[in-house]
Design a protein around this ligand. Structure first.
Ligand code: GLY
Length: 263
């Protein structure tokens, strides 16, 4: 495997004005959120990523959740059109950061799609039909990804913000899932590991090569994952979670490749 890059975005001083869909608004301390974000970045570095942090969007409250603004495949990067109007201005800064690494494609109106709704496992691309991602957005993704060999599979998300609130992968065969939020029949072909019933938000985990980065808030689900033999690093992201963000949201991780020079 080549060098893994993690693109992150600094916490905005405006984070307390973030979008909230399933959570009630509580005070968020931007300094504490920034300190937790820095710990998260250090964990990524220890796990083998080169971290490149782009500047905060001063008036873009949710911009730390950089995953929603782009989907990076081995072949191309797709700059999204986020479902929340307040988040659309995040895209240009993220596009600029990705330009050195991948050919860029851009989703167009009327499509909307948040990267948090896109789960790529091998050549399967699951896309959540959520409040943020519409059918036009999914069709544009299919138009881009299917010719590259990805099987695009819509998944109906209910009760949570994004598909990756409900399901992520821990390896190429196994999905960590809250089955109350995503129907298993739409994820067929994989093995499932259920979150602990007392930890409904625990299905979001980051793969870094063969290692996993996870929130420290879910010790019981973490024990389930570790019993399967996985190496899990836990970080405290509780202040960022108040803004309805999770560990996958805070980075775009991909392998540095020479696909630009090969194009
Ligand atoms: N606050 C995260 C989001 O709603 O996009």
């Amino acid at each position: 495997m080549g060098q893994l890059l993690a693109i992150t975005r600094a916490v905005s001083p405006a984070i307390a004005r973030c979008e909230l869909t399933h959570l009630s608004r509580v005070p968020i301390d931007p300094d504490k959120a920034a300190a937790q974000h820095a710990d998260y970045e250090r964990a990524l570095e220890r796990m083998g990523c080169a971290v490149r942090r782009i500047a905060a969007g001063q008036d873009l409250p949710d911009s730390v959740f950089i995953e929603d603004a782009a989907v990076v495949l081995d072949e191309v990067a797709i700059v999204t059109r986020p479902g929340a109007e307040s988040r659309r201005a995040e895209a240009p800064g993220v596009a600029e950061a990705l330009e050195p690494y991948r050919p860029l494609l851009v989703l167009e109106p009327p499509g909307t799609l948040d990267g948090g709704d896109v789960l790529v496992v091998g050549r399967s691309m699951f896309i959540g039909t959520s409040r943020r991602t519409n059918l036009a957005g999914i069709e544009q993704m299919r138009h881009i990804a299917a010719p590259l060999g990805y099987a695009v599979r819509p998944v109906s998300v209910r009760g949570c913000l994004h598909l990756k609130s409900a399901v992520t992968s821990i390896d190429d065969q196994t999905l960590l899932v809250n089955r109350a939020w995503a129907p298993l029949e739409e994820l067929r072909g994989f093995k499932f590991l259920d979150v602990d019933p007392g930890e409904p938000s625990a299905a979001n985990i980051v793969r870094v090569g063969t290692r996993l980065l996870y929130s420290a808030s879910f010790p019981r689900t973490r024990a389930r994952i570790e019993r399967r033999g996985f190496d899990v690093t836990a970080v405290d992201v509780s202040e960022l979670a108040k803004a309805e963000g999770a560990v996958t949201c805070c980075s775009l991780i991909f392998e540095e490749s020479d696909c630009l020079s090969a194009a």
